[in-house]
Design a binder for this molecule. Structure first.
Ligand SMILES: N[C@@H](CCC(=O)N[C@@H](CS)C(=O)NCC(=O)O)C(=O)O
Length: 215
């Protein structure tokens, strides 16, 4: 059986978990698997990151690649529309969210979430690049009611795990939530949170955060 490895606070782990739950694919989970640069870990995940999956004796990393694999291997409940252009538009949204928003905001996490320090130069770059990413996302996001339109898609799994982090990080670093100009985001995240899979992932994340805070 497919095994998902990572931990419940990881947004990328949670994206894959949402895809598995929404698709109804049976899986085992190692949710105590933390990123590491140790040799034994790198043999399983070459960049030392989570999530990764074990399937049929093989290992696969990168959340988007894993989700594409799930789509090909378990087509019964698709997370992409049928139309090729509409499928590409879902992928475009995911790229905007992950490459041009979350990955940019991630450069702030050391300071805003982990008590470290980020240089003023980095903050300036993040401020500029994040504004671009949010502008691109705002142009493409539909909220009708789902981010790509009328159908629920993988872009919703991605948006749910990443957008709140972009909001929080920008607010803490710059005193301004960069998603405030998109008033649709908060009710949209709330609506998604009512889906059983999303509620479960959210509860598990909160429990893992509480456990970590106690340590
Ligand atoms: N592009 C990767 C990103 C995964 C990622 O950054 N995971 C974080 C945890 S949320 C991680 O493992 N960080 C440790 C590191 O970057 O060394 C994916 O989509 O799976």
């Amino acid at each position: 059986m497919l095994k998902l490895c990572g931990f419940h606070i990881s947004n990328y782990h949670n994206k894959v978990r949402l895809a598995l739950l929404e698709k109804g694919v049976a899986f085992e989970e190692d949710s105590d698997c933390k990123p590491s640069q140790e040799e034994a870990f790198l043999a399983r995940s070459p960049l030392g990151k989570v999530p990764f999956i074990e399937v049929d004796g093989a290992l696969l990393t990168e959340s988007q690649v894993i989700c594409e694999y799930l789509e090909d291997a378990h087509p019964a409940k698709p997370l992409y529309p049928r139309d090729p252009l509409a499928r590409a538009q879902v992928r475009e949204l995911i790229q905007y969210i992950e490459l041009h928003m979350e990955l940019v905001a991630r450069r702030l996490y050391r300071e805003v979430f982990f008590g470290g320090k980020v240089s003023d130069e980095t903050k300036k770059q993040v401020e500029r690049d994040l504004a671009k990413g949010v502008r691109g996302f705002a142009t493409r996001a539909r909220f009708e009611p789902y981010v790509a339109g009328k159908e629920f898609t993988l872009a919703d799994c991605s948006a749910y795990v990443h957008l709140p982090l972009v909001s929080m990080a920008s607010k803490l670093a710059f005193g301004r939530d960069f998603l405030d100009d998109l008033p649709q985001v908060k009710p949209y995240i709330k609506m998604l949170g009512e889906r059983p899979a999303f509620a479960r992932v959210s509860e598990d994340r909160k429990a893992a955060q509480a456990a970590m805070a106690k340590k």
